[in-house]
Design a protein around this ligand. Structure first.
Ligand SMILES: C[S@@+](CC[C@H](N)C(=O)[O-])C[C@H]1O[C@@H](n2cnc3c(N)ncnc32)[C@H](O)[C@@H]1O
Length: 305
């Protein structure tokens, strides 16, 4: 299954890679966006590409082979990117990209446990060496803990009902088991999405601690950009997009004192300029070509100092 990069041209137009530039792709995947960055920064721009999934890195290495040593592949979470830049003696970079979430290759492999359409183990780990899997959460958490995850990370209104159904059917083994259980209690004829979509999203976020990684990453990304460097993030659900939006808003304001404080005492200075006040969404034509793009939202900001 070929992964088609989402909002490809929009990312490149806003990231504006230049020859000789240094770039960080924190979610390398199949290297689709990285390829564009490498081409635009020819002949000597470089990309450090991280991915938690070693299988993704193998695919990226094949896809980007022609760029040789201009790409550095690292099997780690983007939340640890700073130590890798330090090891490479890169003080700062000129552009940073995160294309969050899951790739078509990961979704297409039932054995990874991300898909409710085919049967596979309840896994959902990006990093196969991580001990915690979705099966651990589904089979071991209390009703309250499960409901909290489904409600918070899946924005699932029926979180308690689904948690009860999961607990009544333990132990769950496969993704189909889980999808069928959720379908029975959460069927909504008016909804366009599969009833298990939110449950799978919530468990995947919890297994991979996706929101924690993003929260930890943003301030460090700002520190690691050169002045004039750009930070581009593609989010696929409102929880991620909200984190990015809040961070961009906060860092593009001079004062962040509460409104009741009459004179600024915080001394905060804007360090980012938002280049996308509203997130960029894919055109209908892109969604038709690549349905995975449907929920994508791109936000880009430029570092001022
Ligand atoms: C949507 S894909 C990226 C696709 C890529 N932009 C392309 O065009 O080929 C997201 C990738 O991010 C990886 N990923 C998810 N969370 C990560 C994290 N915290 N650190 C590094 N990689 C992560 C996933 O394993 C997946 O390969």
């Amino acid at each position: 299954m070929q992964h088609i990069p989402v909002l490809y041209q929009e990312v490149l137009d806003l990231l504006k890679p230049v020859p000789g530039g240094l770039y960080l792709d924190g979610t390398l995947g199949a290297g689709g966006h990285a390829r564009g960055v490498l081409k635009a920064s020819s002949p000597d721009g470089k990309v450090v590409g991280l991915d938690r999934d070693p299988h993704a890195l193998e695919i990226a290495k094949q896809n980007l082979a022609e760029f040789g040593e201009r790409v550095i592949y690292i099997n780690d979470s983007y939340r640890n990117f700073q130590s890798h830049l330090n090891n490479l003696n890169w003080q700062c970079v000129d552009g940073i990209l995160l294309d969050l979430g899951i790739s078509s290759m990961q979704l297409a492999k039932p054995e990874r446990g991300f898909s409710f359409r085919e049967d596979g183990p309840l896994d959902m780990r990006f990093d196969p060496d991580q001990p915690l899997t979705a099966a651990d959460l589904v089979n071991e958490l209390t009703r309250e803990e499960l409901a909290e995850i489904l409600f918070t990370y899946g924005e699932e209104k029926l979180a308690r009902k689904i948690a009860d159904a999961i607990i009544a059917n333990r132990p769950l083994v496969g993704t189909k088991d889980l999808a069928e259980i959720v379908k029975k209690v959460a069927r909504n004829p008016k909804s366009k999405i599969h009833p298990a979509t939110r449950t799978f999203q919530a468990l995947r976020i919890a297994v991979n601690q996706e929101l924690d990684a993003l929260e930890a990453f943003l301030p460090e990304a700002l520190e690691s950009l050169n002045a004039g460097g750009r930070l581009a993030i593609i989010a696929f659900h409102s929880l991620e997009d909200r984190i990015v939006k809040r961070f961009f808003r906060l860092e593009s304001r001079d004062c962040i004192c509460p409104p009741q404080v009459p004179i600024c005492v915080c001394g905060h200075k804007a360090r980012l300029k938002e280049l996308t006040r509203r997130p960029i969404r894919p055109e209908e034509s892109e969604i038709n070509r690549n349905p995975r793009a449907r929920s994508a939202k791109l936000r880009v900001a430029e570092k001022i100092f």
